[in-house]
Design a binder for this molecule. Structure first.
Ligand SMILES: NC(=O)c1ccc[n+]([C@@H]2O[C@H](COP(=O)([O-])OP(=O)(O)OC[C@H]3O[C@@H](n4cnc5c(N)ncnc54)[C@H](OP(=O)(O)O)[C@@H]3O)[C@@H](O)[C@H]2O)c1
Length: 260
């Protein structure tokens, strides 16, 4: 079978790591991922020994042009093209306008919106060479209804529009572009970004959120990986420009019809 080359930004933990883990199960796939930290790459490899020798981890910050260029050069020299890109790296700062400083606002937009724009633009020549590529942007249901962070929600709403715009823009190159919009999924994002202060507070957050999930459980990273890998595959060949909620039904609730 022909080799396919995939890049997942932020694959050192959470959803990105689950996507990486699922992609390497197919031996014909070449899987590349990024992290800002060698320490986190080491931890990921310890947690999943099966990744050793199968994933090429590159260091880089998706919001820095020089890092994106280095990532592109390394993929180009090894593989020459790219069949799939998952813009998964993301950050989250809690709060509304009175809590979130202008610097925090800019940080969320830099990583969650400018990052996918910059990485996609930098890698576009390699995506075109694949003659049939797929871009998956990891957004959030916070993009379609206000969540608990003004900066995060706005960055992800921008990402959804980028998805729709690029689907039209890049369609003629046979590049598909879709958004995955998860509800609450169990990862470290809330602890690492100080949304909750400790593990106990995180467990409370999950417990309090549960009644808003009609399907009766909070998401697992594998739920998101299943959809991402499908969208990357040829089976999704006629899907582009779609903003796909994956949230156990959470977004169907609204304040007029409160959960029981
Ligand atoms: N978990 C949820 O409930 C949930 C819900 C909806 C959407 N999402 C979205 O899912 C995506 C993944 O989040 P997660 O929950 O899996 O959290 P996570 O475990 O904290 O993963 C976030 C990843 O982003 C990377 N990252 C952050 N800033 C970066 C930067 N400037 N450059 C490169 N990489 C960067 C981190 O890598 P390093 O720290 O190693 O650099 C990390 O691997 C995010 O876009 C998030 O908004 C998550």
């Amino acid at each position: 079978m022909d080799q396919k080359v995939f890049l997942i930004s932020g694959g050192s933990s959470g959803l990105g790591l689950a996507i990486v883990e699922k992609l390497i199960r197919q031996p014909e796939n070449a899987v590349i991922s990024t992290s800002r930290s060698n320490e986190k790459i080491k931890r990921a490899l310890e947690q999943y020994p099966s990744l050793k020798g199968k994933v090429l981890f590159l260091t880089g910050d998706v919001s820095k042009p020089e890092d994106c260029t280095k990532i592109k050069e390394q993929i180009e020299s090894r593989y020459g093209k790219l069949h799939g890109l998952v813009n998964n790296a993301g950050v989250l700062t809690k709060g509304g306008m009175e809590m979130v400083s202008y610097d925090q606002w800019k940080f969320n937009l830099e990583v969650n919106l400018n990052g996918p724009y910059l990485l996609t633009q930098t890698l576009l020549p390699l995506l075109k060479k694949a003659k049939g590529a797929s871009i998956v942007n990891v957004s959030s249901i916070a993009s379609v209804r206000p969540g608990s962070s003004v900066a995060y929600s706005v960055s992800k709403a921008g990402l959804d529009m980028l998805t729709e715009f690029l689907a039209g823009d890049l369609g003629p190159y046979k590049i598909r572009v879709n958004s995955i919009n998860p509800g609450l999924v169990k990862t470290n994002i809330h602890l690492d970004n100080q949304i909750v202060k400790d593990r106990e507070a995180y467990e409370n957050l999950l417990k309090n959120a549960l009644p808003r999930y009609p399907i009766g459980r909070i998401g697992e990273p594998e739920d998101i990986a299943n959809l991402a890998v499908f969208l990357l595959s040829d089976q999704a060949d006629w899907i582009t420009g779609s903003i796909i909620k994956i949230d156990g039904g959470a977004a169907v609730f609204n304040d007029l019809i409160p959960p029981k």
